[in-house]
Design a protein. Structure first.
Length: 310
């Protein structure tokens, strides 16, 4: 017989695993998360429940752990495996009768498609997620669905609509700053930081480097101030911000931002981090030939990171 204490334990383990993932990356501790999902979490889902609401809570908690397993696979560069976990998560949220959680998973599937340069169905996914969230999500949470749609619109070459959706998402995020989020979303940082991150990616798709830089800066500040210490996403935001500065010809400024990113990347085992550091080093080689003084020292730090974590 499964009770509240069993479900609370899964939530506590989820918080612990997510904190480790955000600090040390998706390649660290993957087997522990998968084993926990296959053993303890599976046993709880297949248990007996005194009332239907407990079963729904158990399924929601199981979906959250499955989501984390997918997220870790994605961060480790195993995108097919990540998709399978997301589909499993989707089925669990539907079985739990939690349409807002279902929307959350559809949203991440849309972002995943855009991240791996397979955007063909991402606007449909973003639209479906936003449709489910509308009327159910408070303003702060709704903002992350709206900015997802903005990014999908940019990939569909509908720039003016994308910019309008960014503005709507920013307004919603501001209105929802003091909002209490469901536990399965609160673990991943404040909505305003997420809106900044995806607005930046939208502007980058539109080749608006100035606005992309500004939004990455907002994201970096939001993630770094989160009380659980979101090192990986802070580092990724700063690395991307430096890339946008470099695209505008602000080479010294880019080196300074990348130096901050490298500090946050310490201890992070992540395929995304590996790719960002490789990209930084390629750009630093050009900077060094142009006589940018900070480039050589920064490149040595990046090379040292690769030797340790790549």
């Amino acid at each position: 017989m499964i009770g509240d204490s069993d479900i609370d334990t899964v939530r506590a383990m989820l918080r612990a695993f997510t904190s480790i993932d955000e600090r040390q990356g998706g390649r660290h501790g993957r087997s522990a998360v998968v084993q926990y999902l296959r053993s303890d979490v599976a046993d709880i889902v297949h248990g007996r429940f005194a009332k239907e609401s407990l079963r729904a809570d158990a399924l929601t908690a199981a979906a959250s752990v499955s989501f984390l397993a997918g997220w870790k696979a994605y961060d480790a560069g195993e995108h097919g495996l990540a998709q399978r976990y997301y589909l499993q998560t989707l089925a669990l949220t539907r079985e739990a009768g939690n349409p807002l959680h279902t929307a959350w998973v559809l949203r991440i599937m849309a972002h995943n498609g855009m991240d791996i340069q397979c955007p063909e169905h991402t606007l449909d996914l973003a639209d479906a997620a936003l449709s489910l969230a509308t009327g159910r999500a408070a303003p702060g949470m709704l903002s992350v669905f709206v900015v997802c749609r903005a990014r999908a619109l940019a990939n569909a070459r509908r720039g003016p609509e994308a910019v309008a959706e960014i503005r709507r998402a920013q307004d919603l995020a501001t209105r929802g700053e003091d909002e209490v989020m469901p536990y399965w979303t609160a673990l991943h940082g404040p909505p305003r930081a997420s809106v900044g991150s995806h607005a930046a990616k939208t502007f980058r798709t539109l080749r608006d480097h100035r606005n992309a830089e500004r939004q990455y800066a907002i994201a970096g500040r939001g993630y770094s101030s989160h009380d659980t210490g979101l090192h990986r996403i802070t580092a990724l935001s700063l690395a991307s911000q430096g890339g946008e500065q470099a695209a505008q010809g602000h080479l010294e400024q880019a080196c300074g931002t990348w130096g901050q990113a490298l500090g946050y990347f310490e201890g992070v085992y992540s395929d995304r981090a590996v790719k960002q550091i490789a990209s930084i080093r390629r750009q630093l080689a050009v900077f060094d030939r142009r006589g940018v003084g900070a480039a050589a020292e920064l490149d040595e730090r990046a090379r040292s990171w690769q030797l340790t974590y790549a």
